[in-house]
Design a protein around this ligand. Structure first.
Ligand SMILES: N[C@H](C=O)CCC(=O)O
Length: 427
């Protein structure tokens, strides 16, 4: 019998390319039919067939307080009742901007946009306008949204489907992007020595979460900050994923590194389309209508999205919120690692705050090249076995996972027990 998921997918493929509105949802690399979700509550989601899953994707990060948190839903309902959008300033967007600047000391000014892609694309343009230089530096396997110059050796869905450098990006545009190895401080130093005067910005995920999870080395973070300062380049920390996720102050607070510009999204929109970029006042003042760098958006600062973001950011400031999140993520990664070890499987896992990475590998990867050596087929088998058992992991070996404050220790223990059962018959 055809399931509702299968039937919906068949129909979707006729009108939506690949049947999905973002490639990584397509289950292509793991195989099988993508799930069509009908609802979420707390740590759980239900698919079109009514099957319940413990959710470790969390809408790719935003659902940090769980699905349908009553305060977030109420705030959204109240905001919607006042008007769905004005395309004009509102007091609530000012409140959100103030809150972002209060939480993140690196934000002297901030501008709201609607997606992470918009935030990174705008930050790059701003850095180019500010410095009068054209070249940008990024790191292989990092994903910064799908604007042209950033889709060069990118992670996430692009990597998942073997297209890290997209067709449709003119060679002249791609040529302005220099791609280096993540965690390679010496490579960065050499690049600055060779072409420092050309480099407008270095953009980096301070914890790479779009090639599975790769944690930064201290010397790499220090080199990023010191070399950008020395050569007058703008350091852009892309905290779309790590912002309000690895700690209240994101990766910049977790590791103690101060960017010139930061990009935000996901958690700050509470599940609705809200994102932002901001940082040093002298750089932000180059934006129109003050300066000559143009950037705009009809939906920017949308009041309903702002209400979801504001309420979520109030909830994550509860005492102990991030300690609990980190504890849950650790319980998961340590539990899975112990289960694999018990059954002699080459597997390891790690977490940074509320995000985690799982690897079918003997050692934790520290670069794109090492991630590529992990056993992808083993991940795909594990993914499906976990899905059958009611545990929803990201449908790609190249994405980080997320826990929420709605997960309980019992939820995590059940997920670890399911993995233990799968590993006990692993061949
Ligand atoms: N890794 C991506 C975003 O962070 C996954 C979301 C998407 O591309 O649809």
């Amino acid at each position: 019998m055809t399931s509702k998921n299968e039937s919906l997918f068949e129909q979707s493929q006729k009108v939506i390319p690949g049947g999905v509105n973002s490639p990584v949802r397509a289950f292509r690399s793991v195989g099988g039919t993508p799930l069509f979700f009908q609802r979420g509550q707390g740590a759980y989601v239900w698919d079109a067939d009514g099957k319940k899953y413990t959710d470790y994707v969390g809408s790719w990060g935003p659902m940090i307080v769980g699905h349908c948190h009553p305060q977030v839903v109420k705030a959204v309902q109240d905001a919607a009742a006042q008007g769905l959008g004005f395309g004009a300033p509102t007091a609530s967007e000012l409140e959100l901007a103030n809150l972002l600047c209060k939480i993140l000391p690196s934000l002297e000014m901030v501008r709201l946009v609607s997606s992470g892609t918009e935030a990174t694309m705008s930050a790059i343009r701003l850095a180019r306008g500010f410095t009068g230089r054209s070249r940008i530096v990024k790191f292989e396997g990092c994903y910064h949204g799908h604007s042209d110059g950033l889709l060069v050796k990118a992670g996430s869905g692009a990597l998942t489907f073997g297209q890290p450098s997209s067709s449709g990006v003119p060679a002249e545009i791609a040529a302005l992007t220099t791609v280096l190895d993540y965690n390679d401080a010496a490579g960065l130093e050499k690049t600055f020595a060779d072409m420092g005067k050309e480099i407008a910005a270095v953009i980096v995920e301070p914890v790479a979460g779009n090639m599975n999870l790769v944690a930064p080395k201290r010397e790499f973070l220090d080199a990023l900050r010191n070399l950008c300062t020395k050569h007058g380049a703008v350091l852009i920390l892309d905290e779309v994923m790590t912002g309000f996720r690895v700690s209240l102050q994101g990766a910049q607070g977790y590791y103690g590194i101060k960017p010139d510009l930061v990009t935000l999204g996901k958690v700050m929109g509470g599940g609705l389309p809200a994102a932002a970029f901001g940082g040093r006042r002298d750089i932000m003042n180059c934006l129109a209508p003050l300066g000559a760098v143009y950037q705009a958006g009809t939906l920017s600062g949308n009041p309903v999205a702002v209400a979801a973001g504001l309420t979520t950011l109030q909830l994550v400031q509860a005492p102990g919120f991030y300690d609990n999140l980190a504890k849950l993520a650790k319980q998961l990664t340590e539990g899975l690692t112990a289960a694999a070890k018990k059954h002699n499987i080459d597997f390891c896992a790690q977490s940074v705050g509320g995000m985690f990475g799982l690897y079918f590998s003997k050692t934790l990867p520290t670069s794109y090249a090492e991630v590529m050596k992990c056993d992808k087929e083993a991940f795909n088998r594990f993914f499906h076995a976990m899905l059958d058992a009611g545990h929803y992991l990201a449908p790609s070996a190249f994405e980080a996972g997320f826990v929420s404050a709605a997960h309980t220790e019992a939820d995590i223990a059940a997920t670890v027990a399911a993995a233990d059962k799968i590993f006990s018959v692993w061949q």
